[in-house]
Write a new protein. Structure first.
Length: 260
């Protein structure tokens, strides 16, 4: 698909600049037009582990594809090294696309990279993407909000950069903050997370859905309860990447159904 930037009033991807672009939760069809425009103009694409290969196939012929993926518990590039790659490539006069799964500013270190690039005097553009906590749920038929169930939602990450459960989360306050809790990167510590939510007063039979490989052909959805979530995920051999949602909206997925 070739875009006509002038017809769509798309900005120029200038040499020596870095675009921090969200690739969405996985399915190529969920890319924005601006993300596709970036792919078709970038000289180098520095991409994360969760970017689908079909999306990389949309890069312009001759573009350098540079892997910079991070996966918990596995050898991964260090963030300072990734940032240095971005700065060096921009200073060489390249059009640099930093392609990240989901949205670059939602648990994606896009903010860290943007600050470092600004400090280095590199021009940047932020291109939002559909985050898995919204798009992944939608593909499972689960609305993240519904006026009959919740007017608030909490997003939280279940894993810090080193792979441990993040410090500093007030689970008591979080459990009371909203009827619906969406947890990114939760599988590794799901048992502990569930126990903390239960200790904070959430009901043992509260509906939970776990969506693995959201929006991709291998998507799997497990509906369970808060008390059984960790055991059921293990029994079903669920694998990351996965998103977990706790709350009454899970039941709506039984009626709405997953995306075909």
């Amino acid at each position: 698909m070739e875009l006509d930037p002038s017809a769509l009033d798309l900005p120029e991807f200038a040499a020596g600049s870095v675009w921090l672009v969200g690739a969405g939760p996985g399915a190529p069809g969920l890319l924005s037009l601006l993300a596709l425009h970036a792919l078709q103009n970038a000289d180098i694409v520095i991409y994360d582990a969760l970017v689908d290969q079909r999306i990389l196939g949309l890069a312009r012929p001759g573009a350098v594809l540079d892997y910079a993926g991070k996966r918990g518990g596995k050898p991964s590039p260090q963030q300072p090294d990734i940032t240095l790659r971005l700065i060096r490539a921009a200073r060489e006069g390249k059009r640099v696309l930093r392609l990240k799964g989901g949205d670059p500013f939602v648990f994606g270190r896009g903010g860290e990279e943007a600050l470092a690039l600004r400090a280095a005097g590199i021009p940047i553009r932020i291109v939002p993407g559909i985050t898995a906590g919204i798009g992944g749920l939608a593909y499972a038929g689960i609305p993240v909000t519904h006026r009959d169930t919740n007017s608030a939602v909490v997003f939280v990450t279940g894993q810090a950069s080193g792979g441990a459960l993040p410090d500093g989360i007030d689970w008591q306050a979080l459990a009371r903050a909203a009827p619906v809790v969406v947890i990114y990167m939760a599988l590794k510590h799901l048992d502990v997370i569930a126990q903390r939510l239960l200790a904070a007063g959430r009901a043992a039979d509260e509906p939970v859905a776990i969506i693995s490989k959201a929006t991709l052909p291998g998507q799997r959805v497990l509906r369970t309860s808060l008390a059984r979530a960790a055991a059921d995920a293990t029994a079903a051999a669920f694998e990351p990447p996965a998103i977990v949602v706790v709350g009454a909206v899970v039941k709506l997925g039984d009626v709405i159904g997953p995306a075909p």
